[in-house]
Design a protein around this ligand. Structure first.
Ligand code: HEC
Ligand code: HEC
Length: 303
């Protein structure tokens, strides 16, 4: 039974039902609420007209603005591309040894180099640059450099590779095999001397003499290394192939010669600059300006 009436105390109409003497008021929606509802309806209609909205068979209605999330992404990417292109342009113009002067550009180069490193270098040198002694991949984090650690030298090494076949400019040298050169006793004396260079064995004059005669030309008289021929420093605790007596014995008998690909024929010049900046920034980078200040010092990487 419908029996609408005006409720006296509130002045509001009831819905007209009664349950055991309980009636319900038909309180109208608040105005602000109604207006919000109408606004959202209008907004929805406008949205459907302007933007892609209703799903159809193979795509949604297009909307009169022609907007699409794909187009939006393409636009954002082209903005990012432009920013990157200008950094690359600047990098292309800046000589490698002057890169550190512009700290913002340098930081961008290091960031680019870091990602290129993960793609091209980490499989040999390790993702953090720590290298591998068993495989003879040098650590790039330390300040011990086979071929030179200033930006220009690193750049040269990366561009031309090490013992890269068929590359005229590649870094190259070969340690001769000494397998049958010495009597066993002589060999042991030499081994002790090499160990002693880094403070691990007993110095002895027979070994020292053999070292002077056969090894000093490439490793330096006191084992300080020689970058012109990539002869590793032997008087420190950093080893390319391992520092135990057996490791050293194996290297002297049958030297292993490391190979590194030349990247100059595979990567573009800007990527190589970024890689150089990254490797240089890993911790052991040497100052190019200091090395170049002394005219007697030949800068690695210059013919
Ligand atoms: C196939 C393995 C391999 C890959 C890939 C590789 N390297 Fe090397 N890299 C080597 C080896 C081996 C040596 C040491 C060669 C030697 O014995 O003199 C070396 C040496 C170097 C050196 C010289 C270190 C010094 O002490 O003078 C630099 C710098 C270097 N690599 C950077 C890079 C960069 C940057 C990349 C990536 C673009 C890269 N390498 C990719 C194997 C590799
Ligand atoms: C013609 C130059 C040359 C001569 C001579 C030479 N070496 Fe080497 N030696 C090298 C080079 C270059 C390497 C690094 C090989 C590489 O990068 O793969 C090396 C590497 C080594 C290593 C490994 C170092 C490490 O960090 O693992 C040892 C040890 C060594 N030489 C000892 C000797 C001894 C001892 C003699 C003398 C009997 C000698 N070498 C003579 C060029 C030479």
């Amino acid at each position: 039974m419908v029996n609408k009436r005006i409720d006296e105390p509130t002045g509001t109409e009831t819905v007209g039902h009664e349950w055991d003497g309980i009636e319900e008021l038909d309180t109208p929606m608040p105005r602000w609420w109604l207006w919000t509802l109408y606004l959202t309806i209008v907004w929805g209609i406008v949205y459907v007209i302007l933007y892609p909205a209703w799903p159809m068979v193979d795509k949604a209605t297009a909307g009169v603005l022609g907007w699409s999330s794909r187009g939006e992404l393409a636009r954002e990417m082209s903005v990012a591309d432009q920013a990157r292109a200008s950094v690359r342009e600047q990098l292309a113009r800046t000589p490698i040894e002057r890169l550190p002067e512009d700290s913002k550009l340098f930081a961008q180069a290091v960031a680019g180099g870091r990602s290129a490193y993960q793609v091209y270098c980490s499989q040999c040198h390790g993702s953090g640059g720590a290298g591998s002694q068993t495989l003879g991949y040098p650590n790039l984090n330390d300040d011990d450099w086979l071929w030179g650690g200033d930006l220009k030298a690193i750049h040269y090494t990366i561009t031309n590779g090490i013992r890269a076949p068929g590359i005229k400019e590649t870094r190259t040298s070969a340690m001769p095999p000494f397998e049958t050169m010495f009597e066993p006793a002589q060999f042991e004396a030499l081994l002790s001397h090499v160990m002693a260079l880094s403070g691990k064995g007993s110095a002895n004059s027979a070994g020292a003499q053999i070292f002077r005669d056969n090894c000093a030309t490439c490793h330096g008289p006191s084992g300080e290394g020689m970058r012109l021929v990539g002869g590793p420093r032997l008087n420190d605790a950093i080893w390319l192939y391992g520092g135990t007596r057996d490791d050293i014995r194996a290297q002297i008998q049958k030297p292993r010669m490391g190979h590194m690909p030349q990247w100059g024929t595979r990567l573009d010049p800007v990527t190589i600059k970024m890689l150089s900046a990254y490797v240089w920034s890993l911790g052991g980078g040497e100052n190019f300006v200091e090395a170049a200040a002394d005219p007697a010092v030949k800068v690695d990487g210059e013919p």
